[in-house]
Design a binder for this molecule. Sequence first.
Ligand SMILES: Cc1cc2nc3c(=O)[nH]c(=O)nc-3n(C[C@H](O)[C@H](O)[C@H](O)COP(=O)(O)OP(=O)(O)OC[C@H]3O[C@@H](n4cnc5c(N)ncnc54)[C@H](O)[C@@H]3O)c2cc1C
Length: 495
Amino acid sequence: MAFAPVRVIVVGGGTAGWMTAAALAGLTGSACSVDLIESEEIGIIGVGEATLPHLRAFLERLGIDERAFMHATDATYKLGIEFRDFGRVGDRYIHPFGTFGQPLNDVAFHHYYARLAHAGGVPPIGAFSAGVTAAEACRFEQPGNDPNDPTTSFGYAYQFDATRFAPFLRAWSEARGVTRTPGRIVSVERGLGERIGAVRLADGTRIEGDLFVDCSGFRSLLLGGELEEAWEDWSHWLPCDRAVAMPCESPPGPIEPFTRAVAMPAGWRWRIPLRHRIGNGYVYSSSHLDDGDATEALLAALEGAPLAEPRFLRFRAGRRRRSWVGNVVAVGLASGFLEPLESTSIYLVQAAITALIEHFPNRRIAAVDRDGFNATIDAEYDRIRDFLILHYHATTRDDTAFWRHVRTMAVPPSLDDKISLWRQTAQVAKYTQGLFLEPSWVAVLLGQGVLPHGWDQRADLPNAGGLTRAFGGLSQAIAARVAAMPLHDADLLRA
Ligand SMILES: Cc1cc2nc3c(=O)[nH]c(=O)nc-3n(C[C@H](O)[C@H](O)[C@H](O)COP(=O)(O)OP(=O)(O)OC[C@H]3O[C@@H](n4cnc5c(N)ncnc54)[C@H](O)[C@@H]3O)c2cc1C
């Protein structure tokens, strides 16, 4: 039986709103019509510049040309995130997009690495990652096609100007039939039960829909506001609740193909190099630092002249208990927030869009679709939450009240279990859904100085001398391959 197209109303025109509109227009055929409402008066959050490799798949699925996207958004390539001063002041490591080394006899590389690291004299694990080695050398080229070749296989993402992505997607979406209604929603009409029937704009326009995608940002106009879906607060685990952001001119020298996160006395500071400027911000806990001191610390760290006044953002870590209620699906900040330490928010937008398309309803919404969607989003949030807490908790820092608090606080049992499994066995808990698989946990655990006491016993089989020589050969092969790559800037010039 053919169903009439579902009338989808997207509320909000930030990154979440336009990504949703683009995906529905590009990927659902004639299953729906899409109208997007956005208020120019309210505007968009305008931060959110570092991404994960999944965004590449998003653009590819829609047939968007990478170079056109990079031009339009002043994007650079991103090979990972460098963390400084997290495990201990003076420490640094890069969490790359990709694996370390190669498995041997079905045993993951990091088990052999753990064995050698205990004996001492092995370089940081980044030496066995093409992504880390290229990031450190400021070099970039498209990765190779053979996932088993550790000298050419790595993932990459983008760093882009957050104010340019939504307009880029808007043009793309409007060309594919999405309609846009500018205006501020001032009231909401309820349908039966938990359903929304229509929204009304300040100029009196009434817009009806079958499915409302709430992309209204932190306001969470429909899900949090109208439907009053409960908020699950995670600020006891992730106490940072403020950020001050300020772009600056780029310093002379190469453009780094990575984002930097520097631990600060009451949080951490981001540095995101774009083609035309550097994005900077200090994410902090307002219980430990006031806005004035945060701004001063950020200003002191800038590497070039500031390009704007400081902007302050307030948030809370957590999420709405359910992201899809009645005929409202929240995507982006309207559904929850986890701080940008691992650049996960735009990924969460994408995960919600993918789940929505998989569970795309007809005009009568089936509970099974809604529940399936909510279960997926729950898993995504929970996994990211644990991974973020790890960066704070796995530290030996005790130099400020903030670091003493996060080092000693109780963490979710799911994270406690993961850390003890790692310490005892060098294993990373496996899961099929959600972000951050084994290599990411390995990167951060080792990077923050959590060396396991045990490992897969098969890693003890090769003789130590042979293993050390094989490790040396591998890191040299990666270094030689990377030395032949063009500089990141040179690749950008071609883009
Ligand atoms: C400090 C900070 C740093 C971040 N850094 C990163 C990062 O590096 N990487 C990353 O992936 N993410 C990051 N994020 C998150 C990222 O910015 C967001 O996930 C992303 O921009 C999506 O935002 P949004 O579209 O949900 O909300 P917004 O951009 O706030 O858009 C909301 C939209 O709703 C509209 N609206 C609201 N109310 C109404 C109304 N009444 N009527 C009509 N329209 C309305 C607004 O006009 C706007 O168009 C960061 C967030 C913060 C706070």
